[in-house]
Design a protein around this ligand. Structure first.
Ligand SMILES: Cc1cc2nc3c(=O)[nH]c(=O)nc-3n(C[C@H](O)[C@H](O)[C@H](O)COP(=O)(O)OP(=O)(O)OC[C@H]3O[C@@H](n4cnc5c(N)ncnc54)[C@H](O)[C@@H]3O)c2cc1C
Length: 441
């Protein structure tokens, strides 16, 4: 059987690994010059950085599983930290208690939030848990915060809003509470069956080294192929199989997995009734940007915690997560992540960098002690992924089935409902597509 996987993002690569592991010889076609898609390493200023700073969490079980399978030891390439929030207003850490006690105790012991809001937050989590971590399809996260009496609270500003933006990359006023509830349920609410699900897993390498590069090598050494600079132009039915048209060639395959981002999927879907339905859904999708602003400071300067939260560059911008890149081999480099659209988009790169540096100052350390003098910014660089993720808005339609015709399957973060766009959603969707291919053998 010949199987073509279109797209070598984390979804396509996960699919190809499982296919190769099952004895198939998948051909992965990738338009870019390197695998990794929206999560890959980039060379900048003589250093290996990422197209966008990412954060994984302990609930990413399929990603961790596949890493182990291809010989990447998660313990070596990821640093595990229990969930904490270090921000100007709120300090929160999950104590080492069995779940769900850790979450309740973490909320109640948080410094900076009042008792009233702490109890409201514990009650809100209990209510969500009782509802099976679900919410009405049209409810927004802002609506949920208002309904729980948490709107305007420190916990809303410093815990729920940053978590929602990090996970859904969608402003709270539009973000789907059903999606956020599931994210909370699979992490904070995962309970004793999934210890460490809320832990932060911070990469100790660039993103390409973490998964895409070893994944592509593993596929190639197990009978498959990852062909880069191979843009697919069209997919069409041919007999019992499929024809895939590239710029300079046509390939036939018995089965095809389309594992591209939602903004690229519609144009590649063949003319089929089931594909028409997906095309109509995709026409309603909106996209949100993510900017990663790299600040180059003296090599002995870093953050007092591996990740901190600072105020956004403008008053109306959401909080920004800042990562110390020293453990990734980039000493003195801070990565500031700005999620979703906002006033920050009107600022120049230099202005943005200066404002972020100023806000990060209370968290800076130099040679291990708090830094008193103003740090010197040697360089800055802003990478904006303008369509980083689909907006996980309330009521957004998601594909109900991924096999559109015999031998034609979908994968990609957007197909893994109800999760928002995440690495783990991409990986799980790729593995599900591999199962669909094998079941159709
Ligand atoms: C800046 C940024 C920060 C993020 N932060 C996080 C985070 O902290 N945690 C988290 O879990 N997730 C995060 N995400 C989301 C995560 O990166 C994505 O959900 C995930 O990478 C999507 O993988 P995918 O394989 O579904 O799609 P993609 O990565 O988009 O892969 C699709 C691939 O298909 C290729 N392709 C497209 N068209 C064609 C064609 N015609 N022919 C051949 N190939 C084609 C593309 O080049 C691409 O390589 C972030 C995303 C961005 C952009």
């Amino acid at each position: 059987m010949t199987v073509a996987v279109i797209g070598a993002g984390w979804a396509g690569l996960a699919c190809a690994i499982d296919l190769a592991a099952a004895g198939e010889r998948p051909l992965v076609l990738e338009s870019a010059r390197q695998p990794g898609g929206r999560a890959r390493g980039v060379e900048l200023n003589g250093q290996t950085l990422d197209n966008g700073q990412h954060l994984l969490i302990g609930a990413y079980t399929d990603t961790l599983d596949l890493m182990r399978r291809i010989g990447v030891d998660p313990k070596t390439v990821l640093r595990r930290h229990r969930l904490f929030v270090a921000s100007p207003e709120l300090r929160l850490a999950l104590p080492a208690l069995p779940p769900p006690l850790d979450v309740a105790a973490g909320l109640l012991l948080a410094r900076g939030a009042g008792w009233g809001e702490k109890f409201r937050a514990v009650r809100a989590m209990k209510t969500l848990e009782a509802a099976g971590w679900s919410a009405p399809p049209q409810q927004t996260v802002a609506g949920w915060l208002a309904a729980t009496g948490l709107a305007g609270s420190v916990l809303a500003r410093r815990l729920y809003a940053p978590l929602c933006l990090a996970a859904l990359n969608t402003p709270l006023e539009a973000a789907s509470m059903a999606v956020f509830a599931r994210v909370l349920g699979d992490s904070l609410g995962a309970g004793a069956n999934a210890p460490g699900a809320t832990d932060y897993l911070v990469a100790a390498t660039d993103l390409s080294t973490l998964f895409p590069a070893p994944a592509a090598t593993w596929v190639a050494t197990h009978g498959g192929e990852v062909r880069t600079s191979a843009r697919v132009r069209a997919i069409a039915r041919q007999g019992q199989g499929w024809q895939i048209r590239l710029d300079d060639a046509a390939i036939t395959a018995d089965q095809v997995v389309l594992a591209v981002a939602p903004q690229h999927a519609a144009a590649l879907l063949p003319d089929l009734p089931a594909a028409q339905e997906i095309r109509q859904q995709l026409a309603t999708y909106r996209y949100e940007p993510i900017a990663t602003v790299y600040l180059g400071l003296p090599a002995d300067t870093g953050l007092s915690r591996p990740i901190v939260q600072i105020d956004g560059p403008s008053a109306d911008d959401a909080p920004v997560w800042v990562f110390d890149r020293a453990p990734l081999g980039n000493p003195g480099v801070l990565a500031c992540v700005i999620s979703a659209s906002g006033p920050w988009q009107t600022l120049s790169e230099a202005e943005l960098a200066q404002r972020l540096l100023e806000k990060a100052r209370p968290f800076l350390i130099s040679k291990g002690v708090p830094s008193n003098s103003a740090p010197i910014l040697a360089w800055q660089r802003r990478i904006v992924e303008t369509r980083a993720t689909f907006a996980a808005t309330a009521g957004l339609p998601r594909p109900e089935r991924i096999t559109l015709a015999p031998g034609l399957h979908l994968a990609g973060d957007w197909t893994w409902a109800p999760w928002p766009a995440t690495l783990e959603g991409a990986v799980r969707s790729g593995r599900r597509a591999a199962r669909a291919v094998l079941a159709n053998h």
